[in-house]
Design a protein around this ligand. Structure first.
Ligand code: FEO
Ligand code: CA
Ligand code: CA
Length: 633
């Protein structure tokens, strides 16, 4: 396969293409899943094996909302209508500004962004990365340091100066690698305008070439050894950093997602192992061409290099010289984000999604306990990884991925986590994206963005994907948000109960399960929930990365957007609509919570946007405030 840059496939489409075709199966339950909308409107009546289960609070409150919406709502803003404009739309009484864009210099010795070329390798290493995604803000002695993931690049924009729209020489590869990773920037507000503090001692770029320590069970294992690192203890770089996490001990977690799409093989006859195939490693990359200038991306030269990617990486944002640490105890898969909780018993719990069709939802529980003011530096080094099993009757439990349960060593579980989870019979999910934990009680939400293969074919490991439980619809192109409550309000408990907070859909097109749940209507409808984040009031901000065609199944849904949901009532209102062909992702608040920062990623990914400045479209972090200066969440 050869991929032209201006025709780059989505990561999931790339995986579908490079993976040997999975067997298409017929599921007995498929017909049963075509349950009527009425079935779940009435509170989750079971239909055969596939009940649509909605929380009782959602239903009760949803009914009340119809008559008393204004009086009861905690969502005190005027809902933004869906639109397909090439700008950011926020409610009346709110405003937005650009905080930072791809290519913006972090240091005064870097050249200004050049829209004609998109810069060079050297300039990009000193500038804000591309495709900003998850982020977190750290306050330190009155200063504010923002860590922002730079997930990937659209080469046709990054390399607009190349006729065939792909990296053609070593400097292009250097620039492409430097556009990935993490940007750490001090930010400040002056005269109402947020901007990067140039030359701050905290400013730092972490890229696909930054050295980092491998920690945890996989450190030093034979599978981690390469020509450049015969001990298997130091990895070079991080990329495809999607969602994020933030620890109570002040570190930033960045999550490696579609790491596979950067590897290729000059030997097209190279035998691919089953483990390579499970992770979508193939003879062809997604068009990045990094192997052109860096042999470690050529599988035929270093077949174990991919084993060192697909992890959670921990970064100390206040120490620019500290080496990032790859936390292999949290498993290797296509990590979305890392939601950290300290359980009542002191153990640290991290919830983790694997964003691929039919993959799994995970939980890590630290061996040691968090101690306020103590040395918590290495809590993520050792612990137990669990995978979720959902039952039809609204119950579920966590299955520990131990050597006894899987027949694999601890290092193998850390490296081939998907295989371990398949062995214990975990529930295949509709692409687990962000996980968010309710600050008001032990209750956790996960966006299951969509899954066109649900009920159609198995996952990449051959596990069946019947429509069932929290993944009830075949060919699920709208997505849903599942939530669960740990037994005894204990995040380390084995058991939980679950329901669906929302089933996205289009009630203007369908009147069955694909119309969505009761808290979805023609005014607030959306598809493909992805980013989730709770604010300090316990409201759930929902961001989408879905189909923005605004036609057929998606007619009336407009561009990708951000909504707010109330966990208590089920009410959902649209707060923001992004510019054309972008996704909305990542959120953080200023220390005084009067500003909310949000990522606008890949505006104009198909060439149809000039946001934000009327020229080259540039991924940017925006700062949203209220006109009256009050808190925004
Ligand atoms: Fe990078 Fe699953 O989104
Ligand atoms: Ca995402
Ligand atoms: Ca996504």
């Amino acid at each position: 396969m050869s991929v032209k840059q201006d025709q780059m496939l989505g990561f999931d489409e790339h995986d579908e293409l490079v993976r040997p075709a999975a067997e298409v199966v017929e599921f007995e339950e498929t017909a049963k899943a075509m349950v009527s909308r009425r079935g779940f409107l009435t509170g989750g009546a079971a239909v055969g094996a596939t009940a649509f289960v909605m929380g009782s609070t959602t239903f009760a409150a949803g009914n009340a909302l119809a008559s008393e919406e204004v009086k009861m709502s905690r969502l005190a803003f005027e809902m933004v209508k869906a639109n397909a404009l090439d700008t950011v739309t926020v409610p009346a009484g709110y405003n937005w500004q650009v905080l930072a864009s791809w290519g913006e210099p972090l240091f005064s010795n870097a050249p200004a962004f050049d829209p004609a070329t998109g810069g060079t390798g050297e300039s990009q290493e000193l500038a804000f990365g591309d495709h900003n995604d998850g982020m977190a803000l750290f306050s330190h002695n009155g200063r504010q340091i923002l860590c922002v993931n730079n997930e990937y690049t659209n080469a046709s924009t990054l390399h607009a100066n190349r006729a065939d729209g792909k990296p053609v020489n070593a400097d292009d590869v250097r620039k492409n690698k430097a556009a990935h990773g993490v940007s750490v920037v001090e930010i400040a507000r002056k005269d109402g305008k947020w901007s990067i503090v140039k030359d701050s001692e905290f400013n730092r770029r972490i890229t696909a070439d930054t050295e980092m320590d491998i920690t945890g069970p996989a450190r030093g294992h034979d599978l981690m050894k390469t020509k450049a690192d015969p001990k298997g203890v130091v990895a070079k770089g991080t990329w495809n950093n999607c969602g994020n996490g933030q620890t109570p001990w002040g570190t930033y977690l960045t999550c490696e997602e579609n790491f596979n799409g950067y590897f290729s093989s000059s030997n097209k006859n190279l035998a691919l192992t089953p483990q390579m195939k499970r992770y979508g490693i193939s003879h062809d990359d997604r068009g990045y061409n990094w192997a052109l200038a860096d042999a470690r991306f050529d599988l035929s030269k270093d077949p174990q290099e991919p084993n060192r990617f697909g992890y959670i990486v921990e970064i100390d944002p206040l120490n620019p010289t500290a080496r990032p640490k790859k936390r292999t105890a949290l498993g290797r898969f296509k990590h979305e984000n890392a939601e950290v909780e300290v359980a009542a018993n002191g153990h640290v719990v991290v919830y983790l999604g694997d964003d691929e069709r039919g993959e799994f939802l995970y939980r890590f529980v630290s061996k040691n306990k968090y101690v306020v003011g103590g040395d918590n530096t290495d809590l993520l080094e050792e612990g137990t990884l669990y995978v979720a099993k959902f039952n039809e009757n609204n119950t579920g439990h966590w299955i520990a991925l131990t050597p006894e349960a899987t027949g694999m060593s601890e290092a193998e579980i850390a490296i081939y986590t998907r295989e371990a989870a398949s062995k214990v019979g975990a529930t295949t999910m509709d692409r687990p994206e962000w996980v968010a934990s309710n600050p008001n009680k032990a209750e956790v939400y996960c966006a299951l963005t969509n899954n066109k293969n649900r009920g159609v074919k198995p996952n990449a490991g051959g596990d069946e994907t019947p429509p069932a439980g929290p993944n009830p619809r075949v060919k699920n192109n709208y997505g849903q948000i599942v939530r669960w409550e740990p037994a005894n309000q204990d995040h380390t408990a084995e058991k939980f109960t679950w329901d669906l907070f929302v089933l996205a859909g289009n009630p203007a097109v369908y009147d069955d399960a694909y119309a969505g749940s009761k808290n979805v209507n023609k005014d607030n409808m959306f598809n493909s929930p992805d980013g989730l984040k709770f604010d300090s009031k316990g409201l759930l901000w929902i961001q989408t990365d879905g189909n923005y065609s605004n036609e057929k199944d998606f007619a009336g849904q407009g561009n990708n957007q951000m909504l707010v949901g109330d966990p208590e009532t089920g009410e959902i209102k649209r707060f923001l609509v992004g510019p054309k062909e972008c996704e909305i992702t990542g959120a953080a608040w200023s220390a005084d919570r009067t500003t909310m920062f949000v990522s606008i990623q890949h505006p104009g990914e198909k060439g149809n946007s000039v946001w934000p400045n009327g020229g080259t479209p540039r991924s940017s972090v925006i700062a949203i405030s209220r006109d009256d200066g009050e808190m925004i969440g």
